[in-house]
Write a protein that binds this ligand. Structure first.
Ligand SMILES: [Zn+2]
Length: 373
């Protein structure tokens, strides 16, 4: 399943290697799942080697699925920033969101890879030894390894084609909806379907006491909710520049100020993050967490210049607001708005962006109720 628009690496991932020049990272929850599968997989009739082989084959299937997305995206000139392996599948992060028509093929390519693997294995098994019944597959043995890998790929194929975000099927649904509806509206419907599906899966998991189903439901819900919120944000900010939402009434710290000065400013104002200036130019940004860290490790007499972030995110006032949402979407994030001559014009924080979204929502609701005004 490809996801878009967040250019920061996904946190929580360990172990990285490259395939076709694309970094592949394993999320720590994925590694936990591998260990879990290995532990429950070693039964009486299945050797440790075959269990490891089975898990490795499923891992490779998920990875090939993502590489399917990657290669078709590349065909449309979209680079993949990274592939992250999560327990319910991989996530590939394209550098830009594909257009509706491109998205259909990018989304289809992953599940098709799994269908091809399953078909290939089943044909091979059929030629070699004939099929075994589904009932026999319930017990993992060394002899039915190929059938179980094929079955796993069929499940991946079906699961990923569910017409709900964040599954590939949700993207396919969205690309069809986008033929008739605005893109954001289409995303909202596909994401809503994802949340509905997740709730059903979660209820099913509770009813049947199926822990894995509940776990998958949680992941699907979070993915869909994230997509829904960012679609809503894009609708509400559409047509507005960064300038429209930035804070213009703010305080700054001087290069020579101490952590104590910064602490006083934190207490006496409502501001959390402070630009640090030296003469007319901005030299850094002191966030609240950096301020607290410096207070603990260096004490109140240390200079802010030693604790500030020199590589702070900077935005131009005329940039479309919808494009910079990922930069300030994480809670507590702050970016400085600067003109072409590097003069400071304002701050954009996650807090005031959400206030901007709130006001836009209210004014849209009012415009609906009183269209004459
Ligand atoms: Zn996929």
């Amino acid at each position: 399943m490809p996801i878009d628009d967040n250019h920061k690496p996904i946190p929580g991932s360990v172990v990285t290697f490259k395939v076709f020049g694309v970094p592949v990272r394993l999320h720590f929850t994925f590694i936990l799942l591998l260990v879990f599968l290995l532990v429950i997989g070693v039964g009486q009739r299945q050797s440790g080697l075959m269990t490891a082989l089975y898990i490795l084959a499923l891992f490779a299937s998920v990875l090939l699925h993502e590489l399917g997305h990657t290669l078709i995206a590349r065909h449309y000139g979209i680079r993949t920033l990274e592939i992250v392996m999560f327990p319910i599948g991989g996530v590939s992060r394209p550098e830009r969101a594909p257009k509706a028509r491109e998205e259909l093929w990018v989304a289809l390519s992953g599940p098709l890879v799994n269908l091809l693997i399953a078909a290939g294995l089943l044909i091979w098994v059929g030629v070699q030894q004939g099929f075994v019944s589904l009932a026999q597959l319930r017990e993992p043995t060394d002899a039915n390894l190929a059938e179980r890998i094929a079955l796993g790929n069929l499940l991946l194929f079906v699961f990923n084609l569910l017409p709900a975000y964040p599954m590939d099927g949700g993207r396919i649904l969205r690309s069809f909806l986008a033929l008739r509806l605005p893109e954001e509206e289409a995303t909202r419907i596909a994401a809503g379907a994802g949340q509905g599906l997740a709730i059903l899966m979660g209820l099913g998991g509770l009813l049947w006491g199926n822990f894995i189903l509940m776990f998958v439901a949680l992941f699907v819900y979070l993915g869909a909710a994230h997509e829904n919120a960012s679609a809503r944000g894009r609708i509400l900010t559409s047509g507005f520049p960064v300038r429209a939402a930035m804070i213009t009434d703010y305080r700054v710290l001087q290069h020579g100020d101490t952590i104590r000065d910064a602490g006083n400013l934190l207490l006496t104002t409502a501001q959390h993050d402070f630009p640090v200036v030296h003469g007319d130019s901005v030299v850094g940004l002191l966030t609240r967490s950096a301020l607290v860290r410096a207070m603990l490790t260096q004490g109140p007499e240390a200079y802010v210049a030693g604790a500030m972030d020199r590589e702070f995110p900077r935005l131009s006032p005329d940039q479309p607001l919808r494009e910079v949402l990922p930069t300030v979407s994480a809670p507590g994030s702050c970016a400085l708005v600067m003109d072409a001559e590097d003069r400071l014009l304002g701050l954009l924080t996650s807090e005031n962006v959400s206030e901007f979204l709130l006001l836009r929502q209210v004014s849209l609701a009012q415009a609906k109720e009183h269209p004459a005004r």
